[in-house]
Design a protein around this ligand. Structure first.
Ligand SMILES: CCCCCCCCCCCCCC(=O)SCCNC(=O)CCNC(=O)[C@H](O)C(C)(C)COP(=O)(O)OP(=O)(O)OC[C@H]1O[C@@H](n2cnc3c(N)ncnc32)[C@H](O)[C@@H]1OP(=O)(O)O
Length: 139
């Protein structure tokens, strides 16, 4: 499948996005690629990002889902895309120290609002968290 390499340094700002900015020393450095009609990356988190022992903090889980959705729209539109509403279903604990596959995709569009979906999967295919969001694509 064709894979487009994205250069976030060309994006607005200074590369300090907490989710994807390459220059933020405290950021997650999520490096998404467009794969077909999905925005996908893999990430293994260390225990600096945990809540209960061995489990990724729920806020970080939400951030990764948010990034997969808002970041995708920003990437394909070139316009600032802000999250207006977001819902997360935490199905299973998301473990630290295991490779996570994070993916986002478009569900539907209505005017400037785009409904998005996202998920986090373990190597065995278990979905640990699902996100839905309404993202506003700004003019
Ligand atoms: C290296 C550099 C990289 C660059 C960075 C890449 C980053 C990528 C990161 C990406 C990931 C990180 C992403 C982030 O972290 S984005 C940061 C977090 N999000 C925000 O800060 C967004 C803040 N909110 C707003 O700016 C506005 O509220 C928006 C723009 C959303 C709407 O403002 P607007 O002025 O248009 O509307 P309004 O608020 O006056 O409301 C007016 C009407 O609009 C309708 N309406 C409104 N909302 C919804 C909705 N949810 N569903 C359905 N309808 C909705 C509704 O009819 C409403 O009327 P009422 O029903 O209220 O009467």
């Amino acid at each position: 499948m064709e894979e487009k390499v994205l250069n976030r340094n060309q994006a607005e700002g200074d590369g300090y996005c907490f989710g994807c900015g390459p220059n933020n020393p405290y950021g997650l450095h999520l490096d998404f690629r467009e794969e077909g009609e999905r925005f996908v990356t893999k990430k293994t988190l260390t225990r600096e990002y945990q809540s209960y022992g061995g489990t990724v903090h729920g806020g970080i889980v939400s951030t990764m889902l948010d990034e997969a959705m808002g970041g995708y729209l920003y990437e394909i539109s070139g316009k600032r895309s802000v999250t207006a509403r977001m819902d997360v279903r935490y199905r299973h604990p998301t473990p630290v120290g295991e490779e996570l596959t994070i993916a986002g995709w478009i569900d539907s569009k209505k005017g400037k609002f785009v409904k998005m979906k996202a998920e986090i999967a373990l190597p065995d295919g278990t979905i640990t968290a699902e996100g839905t969001a309404t993202i506003a694509v700004m003019e």
